[in-house]
Design a protein around this ligand. Structure first.
Ligand code: ZN
Length: 70
């Protein structure tokens, strides 16, 4: 079993991994309504044009993202 961490007031979008407030109805990045409340690996992206992580996750907008969803 991998170590699991409960999110602290944030939930991750299942489509784009963007971290939204737990109370959000839709993802602030892509508008999806599918969320994972268990996630791990917080990354904060500022320069999505230059970031290899952003490219590999297909992230277009700066913000906070989860690396792994459960
Ligand atoms: Zn999203």
């Amino acid at each position: 079993m991998p170590a699991r961490r409960r999110s602290v007031g944030l939930k991750a979008c299942r489509e784009c991994h963007f971290l939204n407030p737990v109370g959000a109805q839709t993802c602030g990045n892509c508008g999806s309504q599918k969320f994972a409340e268990l996630w791990d690996g917080l990354i904060i992206l500022y320069d999505v044009e230059q970031s290899k992580i952003a490219q590999s996750l297909d992230i277009k907008k700066p913000g906070k993202y989860a690396l792994k969803l459960y």
